[in-house]
Design a protein around this ligand. Structure first.
Ligand code: CP3
Length: 334
């Protein structure tokens, strides 16, 4: 069993380190491949290259887990929306057409993502068995933000109004959840052994809507994972002290802290769950003493409980890989 799976299942406190966005733009070896592959979706669907990119940070840093190189937006892509990444603007999806969305079948959905599963198979073969291969999906709310092209600059209350206005929002959510579970199942069958659910925009939800748009959708996915014996980690970014209620309701095996959560508060209030991450990725852009001082704070606070070393959001493209290497060595030495 992989090191991460063991920690999540047995809640033991052995050391484990990986980073969100560990396969990405801060690595020159990634940028080299990317410069020859301008279409990001096509790159995600190139199983040979996608497996190679997944393994790049493992080769460089010998991390304990690999996360498959893909994207949360592969789900709306497989459900028929066009996905474009415009430089400097972020992702842009073609209009959401309800009839088209409802026409999807599990079979056509899985077929469109076949190369992602091939990439997982290839990667698993090359990865030592003590290393985890992490599958992932976007949480329903975060995917809706992209699927409806909702402008995140808008005020929270306005965002909720837009969501309220969409017809059949509950039906859309449930159908989406169904496809996300299929995507998880396919990734696990291809060789992944843990799943992380990214709710990167949960922080935009008003408190009185958290139950409907964050807790319940995440819970439905985690209930599916439990039934299928798949260990899971949730990342409801930006919900502050509501992490406590999230944990009580959703009950995943692991929970990733974001950089706004006070680690001491988390240690005292988030029980019966393996904690992961928290360190602000911007610390990697500061001088070494500051970075290691901040890292040490997290390591010391969590040293007696099961904790997976990671960040409070993804690695930034400006990160120097040598700085990351120093951080990993520091964590492993303690
Ligand atoms: O190393 C890994 O973490 C594995 C691969 C991975 C990517 N995206 C590759 C990627 C994972 C797990 C994701 C998740 C993802 N994608 C999230 C959730 C986590 C988070 O960061 O909050 C979200 C919201 C997305 C959507 C997305 N994909 C955006 C907003 C962008 C553009 C800008 C950005 O944030 O990087 C992407 C593109 C993307 N996904 C890149 C990579 C390496 C950059 C591609 C490039 O331009 O070269």
């Amino acid at each position: 069993m992989s090191n991460l799976k063991k920690i999540l299942k047995n809640k033991n406190s052995c050391k484990s380190v990986w980073f969100m966005r560990q396969a990405g733009r801060y690595l020159p070896e990634f940028r080299k491949i990317r410069s020859n592959n301008p279409n990001f979706i096509e790159l995600c669907l190139n199983s040979e290259l996608s497996s190679e990119i997944t393994l790049q940070p493992i080769k460089r840093f010998d991390l304990d887990s690999a996360i498959i190189f893909s994207d949360i937006l592969m789900t709306p892509y497989a459900l028929g929306q066009e996905v474009n990444f415009i430089k400097g603007q972020g992702p842009k999806l073609s209009d959401f057409i309800i009839e088209k969305f409802l026409d999807n079948t599990e079979k056509n959905f899985s077929q469109k993502l076949n190369q992602v599963y091939k990439a997982i198979e290839k990667t698993r073969k090359k990865l030592p068995k003590e290393k985890s291969l992490i599958a992932f999906v976007g949480a329903p709310w975060t995917l809706l933000i992209y699927m409806f092209n909702i402008n995140k600059e808008k005020k929270k209350s306005e965002i909720n109004k837009i969501i309220d206005k969409k017809n059949n929002i509950k039906n859309i959510l449930d159908k989406l959840i169904n496809f996300l579970c299929v995507h998880i199942k396919n990734q696990i069958e291809a060789g992944a052994d843990v799943v992380q659910v990214f709710d990167s925009w949960a922080g935009l939800i008003e408190k009185n809507n958290l139950k409907d748009f964050c807790y319940i959708p995440n819970k439905k996915i985690i209930d599916f994972c439990k039934k299928s014996h798949i260990p899971s980690i949730c990342f409801p970014k930006g919900i502050g002290k509501n992490y406590k209620e999230f944990n009580k309701i959703v009950k995943p095996e692991g929970i990733n802290l974001d950089y706004e959560i006070d680690p001491l508060w988390a240690k005292n209030h988030l029980r019966q769950v393996v904690l992961q991450g928290g360190l602000d990725p911007r610390n990697l852009l500061k001088d070494e003493a500051k970075l290691l001082g901040e890292a040490d704070r997290y390591i010391q606070i969590f040293k007696e409980i099961p904790y997976v070393f990671n960040l409070g959001h993804g690695l930034l493209p400006e990160t120097d890989p040598d700085t990351l290497e120093k951080l990993i060595k520091f964590y492993r030495k303690i």
